[in-house]
Write a protein that binds this ligand. Structure first.
Ligand code: NAI
Length: 289
């Protein structure tokens, strides 16, 4: 594998923060980029809470906030990624957000740098084409919460080279993660199924077939899932879920991916799930439902 010491992380939201913690746990230096100082300040504060939580849940691999911050550069300058040996992009799930980033990365990063796209559904092939070196671009679909999830869905795009696949797998292995490689297609394997399930569960609540709590309980108590689809949606972020299902709807032109109006309504109302304190369930009080 090419020598990776410094990793650029774009986006300091739910996933960018998770990736940052996992990278620091593995000893990498991180350059974390987001749009504004204010967002970076909020992320820094959130990271302080995140590492405390991970230290309780997985004490063996924990890092303190001081250890994390000592080798993490927080910046609004994408140009800082000129120093990165590998980049993981975790910006908002919107083509209009990701597109300019990839166009700029091609001019900023060294030509040998592997760029990993962490997206829920957007085409890796199309993003790779923006860089002029699509052979170095690969999908790295981390699961949330990143430090606690053992496996990553790796997506081979049309032009991704075999050596980029090898680098990605070795890099993930160095983070203690297994990888499962699939070919590029909207939503890949996981989210083509998962987003449809979440959307359909939202329709069940929307149509009054069952409450959100009972819908989830059926998956947990009958199927043995650790979490129902709606609580999973809250964990992902309902804004990200809606953007992802919209990508699937646009790509497949298939009405089965039509976003549930209840999902749209919750997002419009600012109820984005766990990160906003309320989604299908409330995270401010013990009272769920
Ligand atoms: P988020 O909304 O929590 O965070 C996105 C971050 O990107 C925000 O902090 C935003 O300010 C930043 N951003 C927007 N434009 C930017 C730019 N030009 N430069 C730098 N930063 C920019 O979203 P989340 O959940 O972290 O998702 C990020 C990506 O990861 C999305 O593509 C999503 O589909 C994917 N993903 C999300 C998962 C989840 O469970 N939330 C799981 C796996 C992938």
């Amino acid at each position: 594998m090419v020598n990776v010491r410094t990793v650029g992380v774009i986006g300091a939201g739910v996933m960018g923060r998770g990736v940052t913690v996992a990278l620091r746990q593995a000893g990498y230096r991180v350059i974390l980029v987001d749009r504004t100082e204010e967002i970076l300040e909020r992320s820094r504060a959130q990271l302080r809470d995140d590492v405390r939580l991970y230290a309780m849940l997985a004490p063996k691999s924990s890092v303190t906030f001081e250890e994390l911050a000592a080798e993490t550069v927080f910046t609004t300058e994408l140009e800082a990624l000129a120093e990165a040996d590998l980049v993981v992009e975790n910006a908002t799930e919107r083509w209009s957000v990701k597109q300019p980033i990839y166009e700029r990365l091609a001019k900023i990063c060294r030509p040998d740098v592997v760029v990993a796209v962490n997206t829920s559904a957007i085409s890796i092939t199309r993003l790779g084409a923006l860089t002029g070196r699509p052979e170095n671009v690969i999908g790295m679909h981390f699961m949330n919460p990143v430090p606690l999830k053992p496996t990553v869905e790796v997506i081979r795009a049309f032009h991704t080279s075999a050596s980029t696949v090898d680098t990605a797998r070795e890099f993930l292995s160095s983070m203690g993660k297994k990888s499962i490689v699939v070919n590029d297609s909207p939503g890949f394997v996981t989210n083509r199924v998962m987003m449809l399930t979440v959307n359909e569960a939202a329709y069940l609540v929307h149509e009054g077939v069952a409450s959100a709590a009972d819908t989830d309980r059926l998956f947990v108590e009958c199927f043995g899932h650790t979490m129902g689809p709606l609580e999973t949606a809250d964990l992902i972020g309902l804004d990200t879920v809606l953007l992802s299902i919209e990508v699937l709807y646009d790509e497949f032109k298939d009405s089965k991916y039509r976003p549930c109006p209840l999902l749209t309504k919750l997002v419009d109302a600012g109820l984005h799930g766990r990160k906003s304190g309320q989604g299908f369930f409330s995270y401010q009080t013990a009272n769920r439902g």
